[in-house]
Design a protein around this ligand. Structure first.
Ligand code: NDP
Ligand code: MG
Length: 385
């Protein structure tokens, strides 16, 4: 009988992917690494493949296939390329859990394939739930598949809910660090640079989520992610800025009791818990010391200077494909900001304009999400010209 959990990591060359490999290395008796995938970073994928000897690797950028194939010819590792390959490898019978650590909309189709094949999901790729939360959660229910959150706030909520699954949630509070520009007003935000935006105070992450954290879009995406993961209404989800990032989020139950999950900011813990739930395995990481943090502070997010948070709430109210539209606009806007084509405040502005311009489709099917994503990208690119 198979005793180890077979793991596929989609996006193994990224921030979450590499930290997931650190976690897996700690517990070789627990996990069998089956699949690694990269977007364009062939060198790191090759290095990871030689070290971890997975069954299969995928390089999404097809022009890099030969390079990866040549480097691994003497290994018993299947090498594939392209987007379709991502959808196929997650269906392998050897895979039990798929860690979705891709960034953006690209995670949607492989996640649908993984759930359809009955694989449990460790979900880092929050955009998938933002784009198509209704479809994904319904499919997961139909297939009896669990979606374990990797995002630290959602992992915190999930940890608070263990043993409480029959008790109603009154409210949840997602904590936000506030990002590098916390406390700045609109006037000050007009002058911030890309370099400043890329310096997150507490977390080291991929470029897209780092910018999303600076604009508070990340918290907006997380509010939508929480709605779907925990089956909540928008009014049950609140955001509180907590600059120290020690309390990772809180649940308030109907008796008024609040449970919080806390610890040092380190994504390895939520990654690990998503893979080992309900077990907690011993870790060698540093422990939190109260005396190093004599003050834990809390404040309101500034929804006037950081408009993206309200856009996310608006998308939840409107339902349908609006959140998908918002996500697509934001992916284009963040890319434009990373390429210094637009200024910081223009990210939220573009998001809002695209959201208002694209028709909403209620009760969407997969084709409607695909269409909304396409139209939103077209519109965003047109507005950028
Ligand atoms: P990174 O940018 O560091 O990594 C993204 C990974 O996805 C890389 O392996 C990249 O490959 C791959 N990739 C990117 N685009 C594509 C594509 N179009 N097709 C296939 N593969 C692609 O991102 P993060 O690890 O920071 O974030 C991953 C996800 O996890 C995001 O959804 C983010 O919001 C979420 N998350 C991240 C946290 C963090 O601490 N980093 C915290 C909470 C959530 P390559 O580099 O080879 O091109
Ligand atoms: Mg988070």
């Amino acid at each position: 009988m198979k005793t180890k959990k077979g793991i596929a990591i989609l996006g193994s060359t990224g921030s979450i992917g590499t930290q997931a490999l650190d976690v897996l290395s700690l517990y070789p008796e627990q996990f069998e690494l089956e699949v690694l995938t990269a977007g364009k970073n062939a060198d790191l994928l090759i290095e990871q493949a030689l070290k971890f000897k997975p069954n299969t690797v995928v390089i999404t950028e097809e022009t890099l296939y030969q390079k990866v194939k040549d480097a691994l010819w003497h290994e018993e590792i299947h090498v594939y390329a392209g987007e379709d390959a991502l959808c196929q490898v997650v269906e392998s019978t050897q895979v039990d859990v798929v860690l979705t650590a891709l960034v953006g909309y690209a995670g949607l189709k492989p996640t649908i394939h993984a759930i359809s094949a009955g694989k449990n999901i460790a979900l880092a790729n929050k955009e998938t739930l933002v784009v198509a939360g209704e479809l994904i959660t319904q499919l997961a229910r139909e297939k009896g598949v669990n979606i374990y959150p990797v995002d630290s706030e959602h992992s915190a909520i999930f940890q608070c809910l263990v043993g409480e699954f029959h008790n109603k949630i009154e409210k949840i509070y997602l904590t936000a660090s506030g990002g590098p520009f916390r406390g700045m007003n609109t006037e000050q935000l007009k002058h911030v640079s890309l370099e400043q935006a890329l310096k997150h105070p507490n977390w080291s992450m991929g470029a897209k989520i780092t910018i999303d954290s600076a604009t508070l879009m990340n918290k907006g995406l997380e509010v939508i992610e929480a709605k779907w993961l925990f089956n909540l209404s928008a009014s049950q989800i609140d955001v509180v800025v907590h600059p120290q990032s020690i309390i990772h989020s809180l649940v308030q139950f109907e008796d008024g009791s609040m449970k919080a999950q806390m610890g040092l900011p380190d994504m390895k813990l939520p990654i690990q818990y998503a893979l080992t739930y309900p077990a907690r395995l011993k870790t060698p990481y540093p422990r939190f010391n109260f005396l190093d943090y004599p003050q834990l502070t809390f404040e309101q997010p500034d929804r006037t200077a950081f408009r993206n948070l309200n856009l996310a709430y608006k998308a939840m109210d409107l339902k349908g494909t609006v959140a998908c539209t918002l996500n697509a606009a934001n992916e284009i806007a963040v890319d434009a900001f990373l390429n210094k084509r637009i200024a910081f405040l223009e990210i939220a502005q573009l998001n809002e304009e695209v959201m208002d311009a694209i028709t909403n489709t209620l009760n969407p099917k997969l084709a409607d999400y695909i269409n909304a994503d396409l139209l939103a990208r077209e519109k965003a690119n047109e507005l950028l010209k």
